[in-house]
Every structure is written in C-alpha cells, then in structure tokens.
Design a protein. Structure first.
Length: 262
C-alpha cells in the first residue's frame, strides 16, 4: 500500500464520520456559502501576475514538521501583501497538520485572494465543506479518482461556483480530464515514491491543450525554476515548503516575488 492509498483510506473514514456530525443542509448555512467566489484562473492570466500560489502547511508525510510556529492569518495576509496570485490551504489534519479553521481564517483575512482547499477530495460532500469554509477552488488528484468520479466532483464544484484544479503526474492521468476543469496542475513529486523531477512538468505540460491554464507543483525552490517553467508554458507555480520552512514565510515569499520581477 502506498502513502496515497493510506491517506485516501483514512480520508474515507473521516468523511463518513463528518457526514454523521454535519449534514449538507447544515453546511449550506455557513456565512461563506453565498459569497461570490474569486477566480484563480483569471488571476493567473492577469497582466503582471506573479503566478505564485503560496501554500500554508505545517507538516507533510515526506518532511515531517515544517513549521510549528506559523499562524495562518499572519502568513496568508503576508502572502497577499507580497503579491501572490493565490493561496493554498491544507485542510488534512492527520498527515499535513491542516484544519478547516485555517481555511476559514485565511478567507476572512484575505477576502479577494483566490484560495484553494488542498485536500484529498473523494466525495461530493467534501466539495460542500470547501464552499462552507470559504474556498474558491478545490483540488482533485487524478491518481485518487476514476474519470467518472472526477466528473462527478467537477460537476458538484460548478454547481457551487467553485473552480476545479486537477493534479496529474502521468500521461495516463491526463485522460481523466473533463471540460469542467479550469486549471491543470502537474505534480513534480511522485505521490508513490515522493521523488521530485521538474521535467515531469515540461513533459506533461506539452501534452495539454494549448489554451489550458497550467501550474507546476512541488520541488520549486528558485527563481530559475520559475523562469524555466514559464518558458515551458506554465502560468502558475504552487510553492509551500520553500516559504514555510523559513522563520517568516510571508517575508520569504515577498523577497522571492521581488527577485522574480527583477
């Protein structure tokens, strides 16, 4: 069993328990549920966009504890001030130290910045959770879903005015895409081995439709990485650990974007 299989099995148990505690109708009473969502797709294509999607995460299965001192409102607000195109918030608690409270706090502190709920989405119920806690878009991991499951989750997202980011790592996973997908993210980290290779983005990016908004994820640590992937046609760059491992993630993000714009 891979770590992804383990995480997904745990997530199914979590969702089953969550459904017993909070109904879909209760989720719809959230103050965030009727808000107008922000478009990451639009922000990434805007003139002068940094393309950086800065992530807030405190730990990961591959790195362990990354930053126990960081506070989500402070970090996410600093990310917005630094000029990011979007923010990614982990909501998986067991493996990534995330929480719905982090997502809700980041939303309240950053009303106009597109925010991604980063989690292992397997059930339409989770899409309602994302909406109820202030997300603008959801992540669907192609390795975790069938083509039919991805379409069902994409349709639910569109019903709730959420954008869909699909993460792929292999050529076969591209076949699972559907017309409702807004952004494709190529994960340079193999979710089964955790090895990282930027050439994964270059290879798979070349196979995507020309008009598809694409982002590169994992293993991005330098301005040179970003310039290289820009030349390969990428619009956005998901970066988390590079900022979060520092004492001041927001400042690290600010300095990185300043270097990027020189």
């Amino acid at each position: 069993m891979t770590i992804l299989d383990e995480i997904n099995n745990n997530k199914r148990r979590e969702v089953a328990e969550a459904k017993k505690l909070v109904s879909l109708e209760q989720l719809k009473f959230s103050p965030f549920f009727k808000r107008k969502t922000n478009s990451l797709k639009t922000t990434l294509k805007a003139a002068g966009a940094s393309g950086i999607i800065a992530e807030y995460k405190t730990k990961s299965p591959s790195k362990g504890v990354i930053n126990e001192q960081a506070e989500v409102v402070e970090v996410s607000s600093a990310y917005t001030a630094a000029g990011v195109s979007g923010i990614s918030i982990l909501t998986d608690r067991q493996y990534f130290g995330g929480a719905f409270e982090d997502l809700a706090k980041a939303r309240s502190a950053n009303p106009t910045t597109p925010i991604l709920r980063k989690d292992f989405m397997l059930d339409p119920y989770q899409v309602y959770e994302a909406k109820a806690h202030g997300a603008d878009l959801i992540l669907l991991i192609a390795a975790s879903l069938s083509k039919e499951e991805m379409l069902e989750l994409s349709e639910t997202a569109k019903e709730l005015d959420l954008e869909v980011l699909v993460e792929v790592h292999t050529e076969e996973e591209i076949e699972k895409l559907n017309s409702l997908v807004d952004i494709v993210g190529v994960n340079n980290r193999n979710l089964k081995t955790f090895e990282v290779d930027l050439e994964t983005s270059v290879k798979l990016g070349s196979l995507l439709p020309q008009d598809m908004v694409r982002i590169s994820e994992s293993g991005l640590s330098s301005v040179e990485n970003i310039h290289y992937l820009c030349q390969a046609g990428f619009d956005g760059f998901l970066m988390g650990e590079n900022f979060m491992k520092t004492e001041n993630p927001g400042q690290a993000c600010k300095e990185f974007i300043e270097l990027l714009r020189k």
